[in-house]
Structures are given as structure tokens and as C-alpha cells.
Design a protein around this ligand. Structure first.
Ligand SMILES: Cc1ncc(COP(=O)(O)O)c(C=O)c1O
Length: 408
């Protein structure tokens, strides 16, 4: 297998580190770290309206960052790419802007899946609490795939928004969202509800094509795909962005301001990016996508991960007293493995592994509705990225076995 570890300085600086928590946040390759440092050392300046050289360089890097994101999502117009903080802010901004624009009314329904991350639950529950919308959940079947029959049954006339994760951050299951789009088109024709996709766990693992998904908006967070934290990417169709009334505005995002009134800028993406953007984060995302392109793109990422997923699943199959919450079909999932060890608390397992410099996560993974539906309240999660190797996985299972025999 190709060695990608060498591209990530954290592993040279911590040779014993076994990092299996990339679903929470990925490690950063040298090109991202050096790219940000180089930018801050040599060409940092605020963008927009600075006619001096380093401001123009900054502006170009900012736009290049949007352009490479657009290219990788198969978006034609990079001006449809908006940056703010993280996925959680993304959904809050989107949900509130949708409400403010009148695209949702009291009594309308937002349809989610039961596995959603809190980022795609709480913003809608706020609208439920404040304005009386309905929030309904589609279940998953025994293979942890979306229950498409349940989905069909829930497509009533009140559904105005369908907002779904592309990949679950607990089971790693990939939902067939092209199928979801087709079902929406068959049921509603041109009056289709807005279809929003949380791609926070798909963009870090495989190529995402917004045209094929036929969605209205899609978002993900930069820190899970090798960039720095606090950069969130929202893509939405130009038509929707033109219609939406932003909930935040100010410098750079306005048309005109007088003492008693103002207008929003009609320019994209400015309308949704008030204030100074985080320029070094945007550079980090530019360098992160350049890194993916430099290793021959997503197909290499996907092949590498598939091999590791298959390997990990086989190892889980041989473990007694361990319940894996997720499908055994490697083709329908990414490298996220949530599990429960009978009779041992997840925190004890993760602490034991941490003593051996093995990083996993314990808890409910911000997916409490799903955990409640499974009747489990604490789980462990190990997750993979391109820098992981079979040796990492072997080490994890060796120490997990030790933990089970000692802690039981
Ligand atoms: C599916 C999914 N959506 C949203 C988020 C939230 O991302 P952030 O913490 O960057 O807001 C996460 C983070 O784990 C996630 O896995």
C-alpha cells in the first residue's frame, strides 16, 4: 500500500501515534501547514478593494480556494461557494435564512434521517420551538441504510425541506442520495421540497458531484478534509442564493447603508460573507484540495480506504463480545466504525487505548437521536483516513483485545 503517512508531519513528530479519530478531525499534510505559514509570512493582507500587490495576491488565493472547491464538487460557478465557520454554523445560518425568506411556514415539515449529526438537527428544532414547524425523522433498516419505504411514506404535502447526511458519522453508511432525489422528483415534480445535503463525512472520503446528486444546497467542513478548523463550505444553487435573505450582514455584504435603511449586496458570494473572511483558512483549504489532486485525486483516496475498510471489517468479525453498529458491506460504507464492548464502558476502552497512544473517540458522537433509537448510550468510534495503514489497524485490535481481557 502507498505510504501517505510521510506527508503528515504529526506522524514524524510522534512516531508511536496511531490516529484513528479522523471523523472528528483530520490531520494536516505538510503542504497545508507550510502553505498557510508561507501565506502569513509573505503575502497576507485583507482582500477586496486593496489595489496594492499583497492584497491582490490574497484576493487571488481566496478566489483560487473557491475555484478548486467548485471544481472538486463539479460546480460550474465558483461564486456559488460560500465560506463561513463550520458545518454547525452552516446549517444554523441556512435554516434561519430559509425561515427569514418565508420558504418555511408554521406547520411545514422538515424531513431528516435518524442518523443526522446534531448540526443537522438542532437548527431545525430551533425553528420548531420558535415558530412551530414540524421536524420528522426517517429511520434506517437492519443494514443501516436509509429506509426508503419509510421515506416514501413520509413524503406528505407539508414537506418543504429534506435535509440528509450523505454519510453517517456513526455508521459510515453511504446513503444513496441520487435515489432520494429521484423519489422527490417522482412525488413532487416541479414543486420539489428543497433538498439539502450534509456532506461533512462524504467529501473527506470520496468524490461528490452536486449535479448527480441533484440537490439545492450542500455543505461540509474544512477541518475534516486536511484543512484548518473553522472553515465551512456551503454550495447552493445561484437561484436559491439570490432568493435567500441572509440573517447576518454588514461590511462587504451590503448594497448601500443609510441611517435608517440598508440593502443586501446582490453579488455572490459577498451577500453571504459579511466582514473579513478567514483568509488563512481559505488558503489551507486550497492547499488541502491541491494535496488531494497531487496524490491523483479521489480515486486513490477511495481505493486506499476500501482496502483498509475491508481489512477492519474482517477483524471486527472475529471479535467476540463486540457489537459493531454499522453494515458489513464495505462497498456501502466509509472507514467509520462505531462499536460497543459488552460489559465495558466506552470511556474505559478509549482511556486504555489512549495510554498506548491510540486515538479513538467515546460517547454519542453528536448523534443522540440515533443512539436513543438503538438503546445505546455510550459507544466507541474508530475512524480512518488516507494516512492510516494496516499496521495501525493491527495495533488497534491488539490493544483492544488486551483492554477487553483486562477490563472485563
Ligand atoms: C455528518 C456531520 N455533520 C456535521 C458535523 C459538524 O461539523 P463541525 O464540527 O465542523 O461543525 C459533523 C462533525 O463531526 C459531522 O460528522
Amino acid at each position: 500500500m502507498q505510504d501517505f503517512k510521510k506527508d503528515f508531519p504529526i506522524f514524524q513528530n510522534n512516531p508511536d501515534l496511531v490516529y484513528l479519530d479522523s471523523t472528528a478531525s483530520s490531520q494536516k499534510p505538510a503542504v497545508v501547514i507550510d502553505g498557510v505559514a508561507d501565506y502569513l509570512r509573505n503575502s497576507y493582507a485583507n482582500i477586496h478593494r486593496g489595489s496594492y500587490v499583497i492584497s491582490e495576491i490574497s484576493e487571488k488565493l481566496y478566489e483560487d480556494s473557491k475555484k478548486i472547491v467548485a471544481k472538486n464538487l463539479w460546480v460550474e460557478n465558483w461564486r456559488e461557494i460560500i465560506y463561513t465557520a463550520n458545518s454547525t454554523y452552516a446549517l444554523n445560518i441556512l435554516a434561519q435564512s430559509i425561515w427569514r425568506t418565508g420558504l418555511l411556514k408554521a406547520g411545514d415539515t422538515v424531513l431528516l434521517s435518524i442518523v443526522e449529526h446534531h448540526a443537522n438537527v438542532v437548527p431545525w428544532l430551533i425553528l420548531k420551538e420558535d415558530y412551530g414547524i414540524n421536524v420528522e425523522f426517517i429511520g434506517v433498516n437492519d443494514n443501516y441504510d436509509l429506509d426508503y419505504n419509510d421515506f416514501r411514506d413520509k413524503l406528505t404535502d407539508t414537506v418543504k425541506i429534506v435535509s440528509l447526511a450523505h454519510v453517517s458519522n456513526t455508521t459510515g453508511q453511504i446513503f444513496d442520495l441520487e435515489n432520494v432525489s429521484s423519489l422527490l422528483a417522482v412525488r413532487y415534480g416541479k414543486q420539489k421540497p428543497l433538498f439539502i445535503i450534509d456532506a461533512s463525512q462524504s467529501v473527506p472520503h470520496f468524490e461528490v458531484d452536486v449535479k448527480k446528486l441533484w440537490c439545492d444546497a450542500l455543505f461540509f467542513t474544512g477541518h475534516k478534509i486536511f484543512a484548518d478548523s473553522w472553515i465551512w463550505v456551503l454550495w447552493a444553487k445561484e437561484e436559491l442564493l439570490n432568493t435567500l435573505k441572509p440573517i447576518f450582514s454588514g461590511g462587504g455584504a451590503i448594497g448601500m447603508v443609510q441611517e435608517s435603511s440598508f440593502t443586501h449586496s446582490q453579488k455572490l458570494p459577498d451577500k453571504f460573507e459579511p466582514g473579513t473572511p478567514n483568509l488563512s483558512w481559505a488558503v489551507s483549504l486550497l492547499r488541502a484540495f491541491e494535496y488531494i489532486e497531487s496524490i491523483w485525486g479521489y480515486s486513490i483516496l477511495e481505493n486506499h480506504e476500501q482496502t483498509l475498510v475491508q481489512y477492519t471489517l474482517e477483524k471486527f468479525l472475529w471479535l467476540e463480545g463486540v457489537r459493531l453498529i454499522g453494515s458489513l458491506d464495505a462497498k456501502k460504507r466509509v472507514g467509520v466504525f462505531t462499536f460497543v464492548v459488552e460489559g465495558i464502558h466506552s470511556l474505559d476502552i478509549s482511556d486504555y487505548l489512549a495510554e498506548e497512544n491510540i486515538c479513538i473517540r467515546a460517547g454519542q458522537h453528536c448523534a443522540e437521536p440515533f443512539m436513543i433509537s438503538l438503546w445505546v448510550n455510550h459507544t466507541c468510534r474508530m475512524s480512518l483516513q488516507v494516512y492510516n495503514t494496516q499496521e495501525d489497524i493491527d495495533r488497534f485490535f491488539d490493544v483492544l483485545l488486551q483492554a477487553i481481557s483486562e477490563l472485563k
